[in-house]
Design a protein around this ligand. Structure first.
Ligand code: SF4
Ligand code: SF4
Length: 292
């Protein structure tokens, strides 16, 4: 057991320049990014968190926030670690500025391939360029994600071969609808098994797990932040409303001081699963039964 690694999933902006039909955020209409004042308040709260936290920054599309490199630099200067999830549409020059700003503190750089919006060949070349930029930072890891859209399993299977062939970690994301696994027909399920059946751990694929009753540090060593500044213990904690932890824009953030038994039927939260936040699960030890 390596113990929980404190992590924040920060949905820093709601807006996105893409319009993927399967987007779970539904592009968050009307929710842009923080104002300059809100961002200052957020950074004052977050840089002051005790210890070293990993900030997994996503959106929407996080590069919609022009001050993103500055956010990375300030979190890093406070001793925190910085990870990112992007659709990779930002210019390479801007991506490079972000990478340099996070520097030694950069950990996971994830990017998602959205075939509805970008040609795979173009994305592949850009991904290879980013991999080169990251080579300077030995603690940074690079991952390409792709949503397994029902009816499109063979394309994702081909992508896996292509990216893994170039030495890039590939992460197939099973689709979710309203927090539940999407309904795949039997042909898709058979193809998923054939293409990704060897990927069973939560660091390889996002199967949902039944972890109700397990002691979980979500709320104390893990939390998520919505673009409006509200913080929650985890995604089900937000969905059911019982995991509200205050707001980072108005100074009301209060974390819980101890782990609690999980109250939810299905855990879709890949970040805590992979960072030892759930006792006896994921990369700490053991496995739960998965619900896919
Ligand atoms: S890139 Fe991501 S956030 Fe943007 S529309 Fe597509 S799925 Fe949604
Ligand atoms: S759903 Fe997952 S992250 Fe949330 S409390 Fe349960 S085990 Fe923890």
């Amino acid at each position: 057991m390596s113990g929980p690694r404190p992590t924040v999933s920060w949905n820093i902006v709601g807006g996105c320049n893409y319009r993927c039909t399967y987007c779970v955020q539904k592009h968050m209409p009307g929710i842009g990014g923080p104002t300059d004042e809100q961002l200052e308040a957020a950074l004052a709260t977050l840089t002051a968190l005790p210890g070293s936290w990993e900030f997994k920054i996503s959106g929407g599309e996080p590069f919609m926030l022009k001050r993103l490199p500055e956010v990375a630099q300030r979190l890093a200067a406070a001793g925190h670690k910085v990870s990112l999830l992007t659709n990779l549409s930002a210019p390479l020059r801007v991506i490079s500025t972000f990478i340099e700003a996070a520097g030694e503190q950069l950990r996971t750089f994830s990017c998602s391939l959205h075939r509805e919006e970008v040609e795979e060949a173009e994305f592949f070349e850009k991904a290879r360029a980013v991999k080169e930029l990251l080579a300077k930072w030995p603690r940074a890891t690079f991952v390409v994600n792709s949503v397994v859209v029902p009816g499109h399993v063979p394309e994702v299977a081909e992508s896996r071969e292509r990216f893994e062939g170039a030495g890039i970690k590939f992460y197939p994301q099973l689709m979710r609808v309203n927090g539940q696994p999407a309904k795949y027909g039997w042909v898709d399920r058979w193809r998923i098994d054939r293409a990704f059946g060897d990927m069973v751990s939560p660091s390889q694929i996002n199967r949902g797990y039944q972890l109700k009753g397990r002691l979980c540090h979500a709320g104390s060593k893990y939390f998520i932040i919505h673009p409006k500044g509200d913080a929650f213990s985890c995604y089900p904690g937000k969905r059911f409303g019982d995991g509200h932890l205050g707001n980072i824009f108005d100074g009301t953030l209060r974390l819980w001081d101890a782990p609690n038994p999980c109250r939810y039927e299905v855990c879709p939260c890949t970040v805590p699963q992979n960072r030892g936040i759930i006792e006896g699960f994921g990369n700490s030890s053991g496995e739960g039964s998965h619900s896919f």
